[in-house]
Each structure stands twice: as C-alpha cells, then as structure tokens.
Design a protein around this ligand. Structure first.
Ligand code: BGC
Length: 414
C-alpha cells in the first residue's frame, strides 16, 4: 500500500557552508584546522567547491526529484571583520538563491551553522553576552540584502548542541581535562590570532553552560531581526536525540531532557516552525549515559543504527514547542548505501506515523546532499546521497539518491 504525503510536503536535502563550499578562510575553524597538532583529522580545504559549483549542484538536486535545498550562508564571509559587511559575499548568496528559484527549488537558509568569523570566536564567541547583538546585527544585514529571495530561514543550527556536548560529557565522565588536548588547542588558537588566553570559544568547543542563555536570546533577537526584513517562515533547529531511560534512569533522563532541550523548547511558542535534527538514540541510566547494546549496529559516527529515533523526536518537539515541525536533518554516516536506504525507509515510516496521528509536520530534509566535511572527523564519514570525488570534484548520485528522489517526486512511499 502506498502512503500519500500531504500536498506541499517539502522534500529536501541539506548542507552547511563550511562543509561544502571550501576556502572558508576568515572562519574560526579554518585556523584550528590548519594549526600544528590540530584536533581536526584533516582541514576542510576546498571541501566540495560548492562556492563555485552551486548552479550545477542545484540542477542535480532538482533532476533527482528534490524540491527544497537547505544550505547555510557563511557569517565569516559576510562579516569577515567586525562591522564590515561584504557586498561581494552577499551578492554571491543572491546568485545562489536566484539559481534555486530559476530551477524551481525552494531555498531554506540557515544563518549560522557552527562556524563563525574568527574575530567573533576570538572575543568569547557565544560565551560572551555581546554575541546576542552581534548575531542580531548580522541577521538584520543579511536579511535586508537577501530576504526577498528567502522563503524559509533557520536562525541557528542546533542551537542546543553546545549544551548537549557539555551535558553528555559530564554524564559520561568525559568532561574536558584542564590542560588537556582541547584546552591546549584553544589556547594555541588564541595565541595565533592574537587573542586573550581563555577567550577563544568556537561553537562546538565552547562551554555549553555559558553559551546557552546567549544562544536562546540570540535566536529570539535574530528571529525578530529577520522577520522585520522579510516575509519568510523562520525557526531554529535543535539536535534531538531519543533519550531512553534504562535501569532506573528516568529521573536522569528527565533532567537531561530539560537541560538540553526543555530550556529552548519553552521559548519557541509562536515560531513559524521547529527544525528537528535526529540521528540516533541514547540510553540513560541512573546518573550516567549507558553504552549502546552489545549487538547494536554502529554507524561511522559510532552512533547506534536506530532510525526509529526520528519518530520519537518529532513527537517530542511538536508537543513541547507547540510549533509546526520540519525535519531539517536526518541521515547516516555509512560506506554502505543499502544501509542508508534501510535507515531512511525506517525513519520515513516514523514520519508517516506522525502524519497519520495528525502532527503538523511539513517536510523531510535528508542530511546530506553530498559526501562532505564532517568537522573533527574530516572526510571519512559518508553522509551523502551523492558521492564526491574530491580531486576532480565529480558528483555521482548513489542508489539512495535516486530512490529518495523518486519518493520525493511521487510524494508517496510504497
Ligand atoms: C550537523 C551537521 C553534521 C551532521 C552529521 C549535525 O549535527 O548539523 O553539520 O554534519 O550532524 O554529524
């Protein structure tokens, strides 16, 4: 039996600027990737050169059957020095947006996806209260320049992830050691850019407890700044894991939920949508995170292969936020494309269950369009529906790309 998705259901794929564009030289991570004893496996370098290949990439997506492309605009390119907004960079993103419209692909634009300008992270990043006004000013300028071409916008990608990293590290006894590798790398980065020791704080390596109140305020202020300049659907995306209590872990699970997600969700009422980003589950025991079951299949990211997590997270996010939901990321790092299809098929069954129960879910966006730069892990994990031969930058859709594109075209799943 085929299930017909609601008319207008959005089918997309996602990327982020730093992971696909290449040459993001004014960003905080560029410095950290290239320094001696880097904590990154390898530098992003030219990535997938999407900065120049966006037009053919968008055509490829459209040809496969996808109607939406979620990508990010890069703050470090748009405001490479504090207060200087590059017209050339904004014009570039106008061309990318125009290409989407010309080819009949709906753009969904993320304003901040992990990377920031070096000057921002050098001066405390999100741990400093000034981040709120700095982010809102950037949103205002970018929305003024690009807003007429943007129908969907996400303020911050996974605004809860600094908190998630901090809390899960504490719970699993892996809190960063003073003087450890991470702290040494941050100190060295501060030295290299002439910053004060202890103030260099990129998004994924900062202190979630300090950053979270600023991220919540920045989403609110950024949301207002974007809405004031454009007529778009705006939301924030959250990294949502299906936290399951085992061996008396209920209280700990509830605490984890509140610390990592609850603080955000309760501030989102009235937003146009919430972006759900889910990859797996985590088992929470009494006071600690438990390992995946012994017989569990692990993905390249060492997460449990557990596509059913998506359904649980959509239900949770829709209920707690009171907003319509869009799956803005879901996918798997694997060399085995048959496992990608199996994962996605089971995740889509969860999407169908939510729709059948009347949850206001408006779309499914697969992470990722391309095999791209997976942050600390470099290019090893393969999340793409499309393979990229980086020496030639040739693109080759995998069977999963044709399969999911066909579902998108038909707006139905057998
Ligand atoms: C991020 C992506 C990342 C993906 C896979 C998400 O948390 O938004 O940038 O590549 O997970 O790990």
């Amino acid at each position: 039996m085929a299930f017909a998705f609601p008319k207008g259901f959005l089918w997309g794929t996602a990327t982020a600027a730093h992971q696909v564009e290449g040459g993001n030289t004014a960003s905080d991570l560029w410095l950290m990737e290239w320094m001696k004893d880097s904590i990154f496996t390898e530098p992003s370098a030219d990535a997938c050169d999407q900065y120049h290949r966006y037009d053919s990439d968008i055509a490829l997506l459209k040809g496969l059957g996808f109607g939406l492309y979620r990508f990010s605009i890069e703050w470090a390119r748009i405001e490479p020095e504090e207060g200087f907004f590059s017209k050339a960079a904004l014009d570039h993103y106008r061309r990318v947006l125009a290409s989407c419209h010309a080819q009949g692909v709906i753009p969904m634009v993320t304003f901040h996806h992990f990377t920031a300008p070096l000057w921002f992270s050098k001066d405390g990043g999100w741990e400093d209260k000034k981040s709120v006004d700095r982010f809102a000013r950037y949103c205002e300028k970018a929305a003024a320049a690009l807003g007429d071409l943007i129908p969907y916008a996400c303020t911050i990608n996974e605004a809860n992830i600094p908190q998630m990293i901090t809390t899960m590290r504490e719970l699993s006894g892996r809190a960063p050691r003073p003087g450890g590798r991470r702290e040494r790398a941050l100190a060295e980065a501060a030295r290299l850019c002439g910053g004060e020791p202890g103030r260099f704080a990129p998004y994924l390596s900062g202190d979630g407890n300090k950053a979270t109140p600023n991220l919540i305020a920045a989403h609110r202020k950024g949301y207002g700044a974007i809405k004031a300049k454009m007529d778009a659907q705006v939301g924030v995306t959250l990294s949502l894991t299906d936290y399951q209590a085992v061996h008396g872990g209920e209280k700990t699970r509830d605490r984890v939920h509140h610390t990592i997600n609850g603080k955000f969700l309760e501030t989102l009422k009235g937003d146009d949508f919430i972006g759900v980003q889910t990859y797996s589950r985590a088992l929470i025991g009494d006071g600690r995170v438990m390992p995946a079951p012994n017989d569990a299949e692990l993905t390249q990211m060492r997460y449990e292969f557990y596509p059913e997590a998506l359904e649980a997270c959509i239900r949770f996010a829709a209920k707690e936020s009171g907003c319509p939901a869009i799956v803005t990321e879901n996918g798997i790092g694997t060399e085995d494309d048959t496992r990608r299809m199996e994962y996605t098929r089971r995740a889509l069954n969860g999407v169908i269950n939510c729709l059948k129960d009347g949850i206001d879910l408006r779309g499914y966006t697969h992470w990722s369009m391309l095999d791209n730069y997976e942050w600390l892990e470099g290019y090893r994990p393969k999340f793409g529906l499309i393979e990229v031969d980086r020496p030639t930058q040739a693109r080759k859709p995998k069977p999963s790309a044709y399969w999911l594109g066909e579902i998108a075209k038909r707006n139905a799943l057998e």
